[in-house]
Design a protein around this ligand. Sequence first.
Ligand code: HSE
Length: 295
Amino acid sequence: MFEVKVPATSANMGPGLDTLGVAFKLYNRFIVEEIETGLEILGCDEKYANSNNLVYSSMLKTFEKLEKVPKGIRLTFKTDIPVSGGLGSSATCILAGIAAANRICGDVLTKQEILNFACEIEGHSDNVTPALAGGMTVSIITKGVIHYNKIPISDGIKFCVLIPKLQLATEDSRAVLPQRVPLKDAVFNVGRVSMLIVALVNGDYEGVKLACKDKLHQPYRMGLIENYSEITSFVHDTKALGVFLSGAGPTIMVMLKKDDNSTEKKLNEFLKGLSGYWETLNLEIDQSGLEIIDL
Ligand code: HSE
């Protein structure tokens, strides 16, 4: 029996659509036991307690890849990451399923192979990469292989996440994205994502503030999220370093200077006056990524 612990992640980080991501100290934990026969899934919503469950289906895909016929499986979920919230809950399920099946098969897949396979299942690399490796990452995919680097961002920055009651499936949030974008919008993002990475590493707060803008996905998605425009306009007029949609949303991420103690209070006051319900949470960066703990 063992536990797979996988961190929450925030993908895109503004201009880095499908490439940037960061892991946080907020976790989904899955306890995995081999049993004689059958499937038991405990601790999750009844609608997920069946063979379509993303952890289990990812385990089955891995067993198939490794040509192993599994015994029965009992999965116990201890999850803190909101489902369909923009904090990488699907990535935790996919990675946990692959890592669990791999452990049962004797750890035959390398970390790189686990990552490539997780990306193949999820369809993009920006959540699974930091969830597996920890920290902030930039990742690219070449012929099905993910190449990534960890970005050592300045420790003068903190993250405040704004979570609405709303759920938004990634599929729906991707459906509103255009297939083509104007060259000037692509250039806008290329400059900003490059600047954002360097500014985050160097602690260039003015650079972070200028670079944390996007024209490739957020303008198309904002209409799906109640209060998005009000919140981002409010945050732009504060001392915050940046505000962006976390992954495909609906969660919104605010980057602050570590010594900024006033913006969060103002933000909480502002959120109370909105039509929708928003909860705030301070998140620290997780540097470890996925861990397997023997029980
Ligand atoms: N990069 C993906 C998207 C993240 O924006 O659709 C989904 O979590």
